[in-house]
Structure formats: C-alpha cells, structure tokens
Design a protein around this ligand. Structure first.
Ligand code: CTP
Ligand code: MG
Length: 393
C-alpha cells in the first residue's frame, strides 16, 4: 500500500524562545528534525516523506542534510504556510496522486516510535483514520462563554497527538474544502470530524513518550534524561608508509610523498575511531566486521565503513557523546587539515562537529612514527544510550 508521511516543520517555535525554529535545536547531539526523520526511516513503512518548511529555512535544511543526513526518505521539500493547517495542506498537495495512506506528523515530536506509527497506519488502512491518543491525567475544566465552569468526565477525555494517519484521498479532499471554507483547525482530525463525522482514536505503547517540544522547559527536561547509560571505547591502528599510495586521514587527502599501505584506503584515524565505536558496544573490532580478505573492501573509502558502524550504533539505541582522535605522524604537518577532518568525520557520524576532536602529534623522531616508517592513530568514543528514542527491543 503506497504510504507517505507529511512532516510539518514550518512553524516559528515562538513559545520555545530559542531565537530560532525549535526543530533545528539539537537534543543530545542530534537535532529535533533529524531525530524525527530517523523515526520515519526506522519505521520502514513509508515510500517517502514530504517535509514542510518555511521557505527561508530550506537552505538550513540542506545544510542539516550535509551534517546529519542524508535523509533519502525525504523526497519532497515543500514551502509551508501561515498556519499549521496551511502547511499540512501544502504538504498533501505535493504527494504523488496514487498515495493511499498518509501519516501527518509534527516535527516537534521527535520521539515517535514504531508502535505509535504502526497503530495509526493500521487504523487508517482499516477505518480511514487513525489518531494517536492518551488518557488525560489532569482534571479538565470547560470555561463557558458566560464565565461559568463545568467539569467533563475525565474518563471520557483523550489527549491527541501526531501522527494522525488517514486515507489520502479523504484527507486531501477535507483539506481542500477547509481551504475553501476557511475552516480553522488545530489538528487534522478536526477536519476529518467536520467533513466525515468522526475519527478512529488509537493507543500504543510509546505514546506517553511522544511528547511535543513546545516550551524551553520541555527542551530542558529531555536534555537531562537518558544520560545514565554511557559506554566508552578505545581504538588503535597503525599502517606502514609506502610510495605510490595516497595519504588519507579522517577522510581528507593530505599531499605527501608517500601514503599508507593497506587493503582499504588505509585511513588509520578512521580505523581507530571505528574500533573505538565497536569497542564501546562490545562488538569486537573492524577486522571482524570488514575482513581484509573480502574483495568488497578493496580500496574502499573508510568513511563509508564508518557510516555503517554508526548505523549499527544507532540501531542499538545509542547516540554519539563525543569522539577524540589522535594521529601520530612525524610528517607531513597536519594542523591545516584538521578543521576539514573534523567536519568529514562529524558528517559521516551524523553529528555536529563540536562532538568530534582531531589532533596530531609527532614523537620527536622516536619509534616507527618518528622514523617515518608508518603512522598510527588512537581514538576514544563515548556513546550515550538514547532512552527516549530507541527502536522497541
Ligand atoms: N507548523 C508548521 N507551519 C506553521 C505552524 C506550525 O508547519 N505555520 C508546525 C511546527 O513546525 C510544528 C508543528 O506544526 O512542528 C506543531 O506546531 P507548534 O508546536 O505550535 O510549533 P510552532 O508553531 O513552531 O511553535 P509556536 O506555536 O510556539 O510558535
Ligand atoms: Mg504554533
């Protein structure tokens, strides 16, 4: 069944008071928007995502794509509108005409889980709509226009969230009518109720954690959670210098009269970092994951292998705390290349560059590095279990 998501991120995030759109705010090393797109990728049920952004923030998303992406599921980037309803409408109009189901989601809810997404899509496939909801824990008062107050039965109240999934043809028609009628709506379920008489509410484990980041306090609360499970890993590697080879360190080619010898591109620094990541999670070493007897890895760009290792880290529910790499080489001088090395490594890891440090040292001509027989590298990496954003396990 052809299934798309519309993720709306075109708000201003005024209540969060961060001075910029809150969806570009990092939460523990990864921005809200990237986390939200991760969740839709992890779901595996979508043919594409239409991401709705305010027009002037589309370049900021392209920069995010470079840093934390590439988000291949995002197949449409659509300019949003003045209200959330307009933004959703623009997203729906951008979907392929043969789309059958659509899940509409606020980018401000980055902790959405597979269970929550599945519950809404399954209901939409069966009933035409599926809206994630939770019981209400506060007692709610209804303030009437004459100033009097009544108390609805709490047991009958539900708070609704996103995603809200619908049959595509029905919700598109409802949104088109709402445009014509100027019907005000704070969510899409309201439109469905108005034009079709109701929606199907669903519940799922994970709905409690599927919070919307609205205020600064919400950001502070999630920043403090999940730090208890941290893992540290160390990596070491050394390669011999040989003429006729390129010298590649942290994904950057450094001009030199010789390069490092090895089966892959022999990027000794990235190899040390991969071993640190694998070591932190008790997954052995790169030799076991990418054997040098396998022709698939002949001459391969080590940054590709680093991305694979980081995918594995994320699949286990961990995120990057920070990494620190030391390259030990007598020559060439590396200082001028370090900013690019940091950026390359951070890009492959999908984290902001301030999470990665690269430094170089000589050994004052002592040992094999000092004698220029070879170059070695060491790395440490700290991984943090992301308690709010893990696949069900
Ligand atoms: N949104 C949108 N287009 C708008 C307004 C809101 O795409 N014109 C999106 C927001 O980016 C957010 C979601 O709708 O992901 C839910 O809205 P809300 O939490 O209110 O976010 P903001 O409107 O950005 O925040 P605020 O109301 O505090 O300014
Ligand atoms: Mg708003």
């Amino acid at each position: 069944m052809s299934c798309w998501a519309v993720v709306v991120a075109a708000g201003r995030g005024e209540r969060a008071g961060l001075g910029h759109n809150k969806v570009f705010e990092p939460v523990r090393g990864r921005t809200v928007l990237a986390r939200c797109l991760d969740a839709f990728t992890r779901s595996g049920r979508f043919d594409g995502v239409a991401l709705v952004l305010s027009e002037q923030e589309i370049p900021a998303f392209e920069a995010l794509r470079q840093r934390e992406g590439p988000f291949p599921l995002v197949r449409r980037v659509v300019p949003g509108g003045a209200s959330r309803r307009d933004s959703v409408y623009h997203g729906l109009e951008a979907l392929p005409g043969d789309t059958q189901l659509v899940a509409i989601h606020d980018a401000a809810r980055p902790f959405v889980t597979n269970d929550v997404i599945d519950a809404t899509l399954d209901a939409a496939a069966q009933f035409g709509s599926g809206v994630i909801s939770t019981p209400v824990t506060d007692t709610i008062k209804l303030l009437l226009p004459d100033g009097s107050v009544t108390t609805p039965d709490r047991g009958a109240l539900r708070a609704v969230q996103t995603p809200q999934a619908f049959r595509f043809d029905m919700i598109l028609k409802a949104h088109r009518s709402a445009q014509a009628d100027a019907f005000p709506a704070t969510d899409d379920a309201m439109l469905f109720e108005h034009y079709y008489g109701g929606v199907k509410l669903v519940t799922a484990p994970g709905a409690q954690e599927n919070i919307k980041l609205t205020t600064r306090a919400d950001f502070e609360a999630v920043a403090g959670r999940g730090f208890s499970d941290m893992r540290v890993g160390h990596g070491y590697d050394a390669h011999r210098l040989k003429s006729g080879r390129r010298l590649v360190l942290c994904g950057v080619e450094v001009p030199h009269d010789r390069g490092l010898d090895g089966h892959s591109d022999a990027d000794v620094a990235v190899h040390a970092l991969m071993d640190a990541l694998l070591g932190a999670l008790g997954l052995g070493d790169i030799g076991g994951h990418f054997p040098d007897t396998d022709p698939a890895y002949e001459g391969i760009d080590s940054m590709k292998l680093l991305q694979k290792v980081m995918d594995e880290v994320r699949a286990m529910g961990y995120g990057m705390g920070n990494a620190d790499i030391t390259i030990v080489a007598q020559k060439p001088k590396l200082a001028g290349f370090i900013p690019r090395m940091k950026a390359r490594v951070a890009g492959a890891l999908g984290v902001s560059p301030d999470r990665v440090n690269v430094k170089a040292t000589t050994t004052e001509r002592m040992g094999f590095e000092g004698e220029e027989t070879g170059i070695s590298a060491q790395a440490v990496a700290l991984l943090i279990r992301d308690a709010l954003n893990v696949p069900a396990n």
